[in-house]
Design a protein around this ligand. Structure first.
Ligand code: AMP
Length: 224
């Protein structure tokens, strides 16, 4: 069975970390709207210039522009599987996705909600760093406590080169959390009503979270 998964959850819940592992495990395309938008900012594209102000303020990019970007990715993926990370983030986006799935005769396998308390997220995001080469996300505070590796690939640069996302400062994180509760949390009910919702605690170790999601997918018919 082809996996088509929506990963829901507040900023910092671990969607990106899980999405990378799951995409590799199930050989499906990882679509992260945040990453796509950051790519446009870096490349200073026309879209990049339109979204800059929203991203810097921790606000959502308008639905029509977001859907335009996602629809073109989904079109390119065709009938293969995908994993949506950071999309949908509003009911309008969720309905646009639902319409597209209906029009193309496809179904979502599941919507997995990673649940984490706000104060834990603020602390986590303050310590979040990203490997500029492979994109792996590391928690600096945790890494120092456990003396773990910077990232899993031996040829990646050392910690002097880690990046901190511009929107991970505390004021912007709190704004992103307000936006999440107002605009994105209602999607939990949306997917529950459709019988697709599964909630997993995002406070467990990344490996435990991954195993939980894999077992959800295998019950939904999409496991290994
Ligand atoms: P993320 O990397 O998922 O935390 O996204 C970073 C930023 O990109 C968000 O704070 C928004 O400004 C923008 N963004 C990402 N995904 C969406 C989306 N589905 N709808 C609107 N804005 C988005």
């Amino acid at each position: 069975m082809t996996i088509r998964l929506v990963l829901l959850g507040p900023p910092g819940a671990g969607k990106g970390t899980q999405a990378r592992q799951l995409a590799a495990a199930y050989a499906v395309t990882h679509v992260s709207t945040g990453e796509i938008f950051r790519g446009h900012l870096e490349d200073n594209t026309a879209i990049g210039r339109r979204i800059e102000q929203y991203m810097a303020a921790g606000a959502l990019v308008p639905d029509d522009l977001t859907w335009e970007v996602v629809a073109s990715r989904l079109g390119a993926i065709g009938s293969a599987g995908f994993l949506l990370d950071g999309f949908p983030r509003t009911l309008v986006q969720a309905r646009a996705l639902e319409d597209w799935l209906e029009r193309t005769g496809r179904r979502l396998t599941a919507a997995v909600n990673l649940a984490v308390d706000d104060e834990v997220l603020v602390e986590r995001l303050a310590a979040r760093r990203m490997c500029p080469r492979c994109g792996e996300i590391v928690n600096d505070a945790l890494r120092r406590r456990t003396a773990g590796p910077v990232c899993s690939r031996p040829d990646c640069p050392d910690e002097a080169a880690w990046l901190r996302r511009a929107d991970d400062d505390e004021a912007t994180v709190r704004q992103r959390l307000r936006v999440y509760h107002l605009m994105t949390a209602p999607l939990i009910g949306f997917y529950r009503e459709r019988g697709l919702l599964h909630t997993v605690s995002g406070c467990d170790t990344p490996n435990d979270v991954l195993e939980r999601i894999k077992s959800i997918l295998s019950c939904a018919g999409g496991g290994e």
